[in-house]
Design a binder for this molecule. Sequence first.
Ligand code: GCW
Length: 673
Amino acid sequence: TLIGALSVSLVMAAQPAWADDGYALWLRSIAKVDRQAVVTALGDSATLTLAASELRRALPMETPAIVVATASAPSVRALTLPFSTLGDEGYLVCNVTLNGKRVILVAGNSDRGTLYGAFALIRHLATGGQAAAVNLRSAPKVKLRVLNHWDNLDESVERGYAGQSIWDWWTLPDFRDPRYTDYARANASIGINGTVLNNVNAKADSLTAPYIAKAAALANVFRPWGMRVYLSARFSAPIELGGLKTADPRDPAVAAWWKAKADEIYRAIPDFGGFLVKANSEGQPGPRDYGASHADGANMLAAAVRDHGGIVMWRAFVYAETDPEDRAKQAYSEFKPLDGTFADNVLVQVKNGAIDFQPREPFHPLFGAMPRTPLMIEFQITKEYLGFATHLAYLGPLFTEVLDAKTGQKPGETVADVVDGQAEHHKLSGMAGVANIGRDRDWSGSTFNQSNWYAFGRLAWDPDLSAEEIARSWAAQTFGTDRQVIDTVTAMMMGSREAVVDYTGALGLAHLMATGHHYGPGPWVSDLARPEWNPTYYHRADANGIGFDRTASGSNAVGQYAGSVAKSFAKPETTPESMLLWFHHLPWDRRMASGRNLWEDLVAHYDRGVAYVAQMQRQWEGLRSKIDAERWQKTATYLAVQEREARWWRDASLAYWMSVNHRPLPAGVRAPE
Ligand code: GCW
């Protein structure tokens, strides 16, 4: 039978017979070249042609005949299918009779929608779905689904752990590495429709003619895959490139320089997406240098790209060394008063939490607090604070925990409602992910890191998906449909981020890592010039207690939250224990829900984190015969590294806490090695 044949080829894909370097990501072909599915395209646009070839490449001959088309094809129009709610990028995939023949129709209002539909059908079949019953319908809830590459022009990657940048600036624009196509294809398969090519810590050079030509070459490769190119803009570029004396956004000569620059870019890249800007943050130039506001800066750039249909993504990640205010409060203080003053082609891009991509942070209080401004959420896919490329930490639960959080602003409103624009019916909406992609053969430094790229894309398309269903699809697309493999891999993934929280510092502690590189423990560090870079600034531990008082008796960051959320964070008794020490400074003897005191509980968390990693090692060992040797071995080796380093985190941290609180280890716990 068809289903039998399909599952046979899928099971074959899971056999460990050949070496697999992970290059294929979650897009493993299940068809042999001479036995591909029969696919017809009604139309010949580049994108429709790609949709058809993806289906052929992925699906075996036994699959029923497939037709890819757009809603406007006359024979499809005649079927009067419900295209009206699918927008520009949505799709439907269903069984229909077309010109007297039963076929699977894959169609959207645009050929991009159709391409997404093709990948949805591939996903459906590769995760065990049946062809006979296929009936898929989906439209993205978020408009701009964008990767942020922190890639430098010298091809290093800031906080990148998967090798050098995949952009080879030296050989662009002439040589278009086939890898650029594979990159775009992988992104299209999960719905990502934009990419910012260069680091937010931007060099002005990226806006010079040679680099515009290079970006244009990439844009040409990405276009048929539905992806647009954006650039990070250095705010002082008018001085550095234009020879102006100022970059003051209120100066007409500055605005004119940007307008001319935008025109130049659009001549080379007619569908250029727009600019991403990090301004007045960590030493970057910005409008505040001239006493102008972030809105002045953003609106000036927005005016330069507006006639071309471009947008500006203006980051809210600001904090200043001169500002004595709690770092967690500074973005809100600076941006909330600007609500309603941004041009309508500006999105303010807000990190998921108020500090900086820690293993756990409460959601950023700006979500829901700027109803008149589209807020884009920024997640970090690369694991700067979660063990770089080596530690296994599936970020799906981190992403969904934030998206599902209630803002407290309006009844029932969640961060996802704000991000997808539903809450205020904004025209623009967006999700950004700091990419974990580099030149490593497996793209992301490890097989499991690929799941974070995948989860980001899937959630940007639909922020209401669950982390677990995403993990299951990823596992099936990556390792095949063997039930034991999917169950085990999903189970490992689902608790893995919490394990990192546990062994790096649970209960709402944050920013305890070694300085500079951010790898490994450093809760004792207190001598950095900028006070808010010192871990001791965040944990405030002494002989009596630990934690940052952010209630009214402390920094009152709690006051930036709204309604019931603010109320619950205001008291230790009503704050979730997972965020307790983020908001409260408490005695080591405080009684916890477990019945233990705070110190004992913290120790138990460290132990639990270490134990989880050891358990993942055992689970993975059990899959040895079911995963190809190369991917199995690399993961096993990395898990061993992680187990060692989880103990390092625990033991070094406990030794430090004990030096501060002078308490013995709770009974039954081994002394740090
Ligand atoms: O997470 C911190 C990183 C910096 C980064 C900055 C930012 C791009 O340590 O490397 O710079 O945030 O998000 O701007």
